[in-house]
Design a protein around this ligand. Structure first.
Ligand SMILES: [Zn+2]
Length: 161
C-alpha cells in the first residue's frame, strides 16, 4: 500500500455511502483519480452496499415475525440511524481477516440470489399479499431493523475470532 493511501483507506467506506464531509470528499475524489487500488476498494464497497440493500429487502417468514414482534414494537420507539448502522456493520465486516470477509460476502451473495428467486416466485403467486406488504412501509422498516441485528451479531462473532 502506498503511503498516501493509508490516510484514505479508512475513509473509503464512508465515501462509498456518501457519508463524508464535503471537504474530505474532494480530497478522496482527487486521490481516487490517481489511485486504481483505492478506486477498486470503493467499487467493491459500492457493490457490497447494493447487495446488502437487496438482502435487507427479503421478507421474514410469519413465525419469525411473530417471535420478534414484541421486540420490534419496542424498538420502533427508538430512533436508529439506519445508514450509520449499516456503515458500522460493514466496517466490522471489512476489518476482519480477508478470508472471513470473502466468506461473508459469499454468504451475502448466495443469500441475495436465493431469496431473490424466492421473492420472484412470491411476487408471481402472492401478488395481492405483496401489494399489502409494500403498502405497509413501517413494517418494512421494522424488518430492516431486525436484519441489521443479524448482521451486527454476525459482525461481532467475526470480531471475537
Ligand atoms: Zn490509494
Amino acid at each position: 500500500m502506498k503511503k498516501e493511501c493509508e490516510f484514505f483507506r479508512d475513509k473509503l467506506l464512508d465515501y462509498s455511502m456518501d457519508e463524508l464531509d464535503a471537504d474530505i470528499v474532494e480530497k478522496v475524489k482527487a486521490h481516487l483519480e490517481i489511485c486504481p487500488d483505492c478506486w477498486k476498494i470503493v467499487d467493491d464497497y459500492k457493490k457490497i452496499n447494493s447487495i446488502t440493500v437487496n438482502v435487507l429487502k427479503v421478507d421474514f417468514s410469519d413465525d419469525i415475525w411473530e417471535m420478534e414482534r414484541k421486540e420490534i414494537i419496542r424498538r420502533v420507539t427508538q430512533k436508529i440511524d439506519l445508514k450509520k448502522e449499516i456503515i458500522r456493520i460493514l466496517k466490522i465486516l471489512f476489518t476482519v481477516k480477508r478470508v472471513l470477509t470473502a466468506a461473508v460476502v459469499t454468504i451475502l451473495l448466495v443469500t441475495c440470489i436465493t431469496f431473490g428467486g424466492i421473492q420472484y416466485k412470491k411476487n408471481q403467486e402472492l401478488n395481492k399479499e405483496k401489494i399489502i406488504i409494500e403498502n405497509i412501509g413501517l413494517l418494512e422498516n421494522l424488518e430492516i431493523l431486525e436484519r441489521l441485528d443479524f448482521y451486527k451479531k454476525l459482525g461481532e462473532k467475526r470480531t471475537n475470532l
